[in-house]
Design a protein around this ligand. Structure first.
Ligand code: SAM
Ligand code: SF4
Length: 338
């Protein structure tokens, strides 16, 4: 494949990592993502069918050089056709690496089937070890379901199991050490993500955000050592936790995703497909490109690939959160696919 046939943008970045949102719906209501009453969900007919999702991912893999596919949402486990979609995408060649970001609810029932279908790994979101705080953060009493989901993922071999955690000031900002201890005990890899302005309510305030620097300061007793070999295009800054190993016997690692305070836009290798078939070149993009209409109007694979390439050429240099002209995208995180 020549570089012009892949998803290259004006700044020379090449997108090989595709995030596919399978639904905008969710069974939790995390305050940094959704309002308590939920959102007006996407009408079913606007959502891509299973066949349409598989076709677009096939175009991305076969014609556009995508090598990694992550399923997300909303909550991807509530998409009925999920196991079948994973199974069909795992059969594509070259076979992409397949992962899933989930809140973990229902993973106890689905983990083995997902592994069997070809899913390689999962990230489970868990911000707290305390059920009362879980309710404050998500407005639902499902903490035990998430813990069951985590165990099932590990048992099914969806490893390394990663935990995504967002710390919210005044709620769970004292929990970094407890979450790290929990992850170390179970052989999970913990990653803290700085809270980004992507909530539907537009309530994000920079001063309230718990920064990656504050998190590392609260973990000073662990003697974290930067893992020089593991940054690459991945957004997480990786730290080794001396004296600990993960479930595979590898040195234990901690990830810090400082999306706001230390943006990694210059090395970004992502492209995003929303549940209604729009391409977003960036989480914070103000523009989308409509592949669903193309698809439903009979476009060929080559025409879809060309539209996808054109969409990525418009990828902004950076998210610009620090720019006075920054405008939060209209779509919230749950409808873009986190
Ligand atoms: N529902 C699934 C979940 O929670 O893992 C997948 C979708 S969710 C949008 C993906 C990830 O985005 C989760 O780890 C969640 O914590 C994170 N997230 C959501 N809103 C965020 C925000 N405003 N800032 C930072 N991370 C956020
Ligand atoms: Fe749902 Fe994930 Fe958003 Fe929480 S972060 S409301 S689990 S989509």
């Amino acid at each position: 494949m020549t570089s012009t046939s892949g998803l290259t943008d004006r700044f020379g970045r090449v997108a090989t990592d595709l995030r596919v949102s399978l639904t905008d719906r969710c069974n939790l209501r995390c305050g940094y993502c959704m309002p308590e009453e939920g959102l007006a969900w996407m009408p079913r007919e606007q959502q891509l069918s299973d066949d349409e999702v598989v076709r677009l991912v096939r175009v991305a893999v076969e014609l556009l050089g995508v090598t990694q596919v992550r399923f997300t949402g909303g909550e991807p486990l509530i998409r009925r056709g999920l196991v079948g979609i994973v199974d069909r995408i795992a059969r594509l060649r070259p076979r992409p690496a397949l992962s899933l970001t989930t809140n973990g609810i229902g993973l106890d029932r689905l983990a083995a089937a997902l592994r069997g279908a070809g899913l390689d790994r999962v990230n489970v979101s868990l911000d707290t070890l305390r059920p009362d705080r879980f309710h404050t953060l998500t407005r639902r009493d499902r903490h035990a379901d998430v813990l069951r989901g985590l165990s099932a993922a590990a048992a099914a071999g969806l490893t390394p199991v990663k935990i995504n955690a967002v710390l919210i000031r005044g709620v769970n900002d004292d929990e970094a050490p407890a979450l790290l201890d929990f992850a170390l005990r179970h052989g999970y890899q913990l990653r803290f993500i700085e809270q980004m302005p992507l909530d539907a309510q537009h309530g994000w305030r920079r001063l309230d955000m718990v920064t990656a620097e504050e998190i590392t300061a609260s973990l000073v007793s662990y003697g974290l050592v930067p893992d020089q070999n593991r940054r690459g295009a991945a957004p997480a800054e990786i730290w080794l936790v001396p004296g600990h190993v993960d479930a595979a016997g590898e040195p234990a690692r901690l990830g810090l995703i400082a999306s706001v305070t230390q943006p990694f836009c210059g090395a970004c290798d992502r492209t995003r497909l929303t549940a209604d078939g729009q391409i977003r070149s960036c989480l914070f993009a103000s523009q989308e490109s409509d592949l669903r209409s193309l698809l439903r109007n009979g476009a060929t694979d080559q025409e879809i690939a060309a539209a996808w390439r054109a969409a990525m050429r418009g990828k902004p240099a950076g998210h610009g959160i620090d720019d006075p002209s920054f405008r939060q995208p209209d779509r919230p995180m749950s409808a873009i696919g986190g």
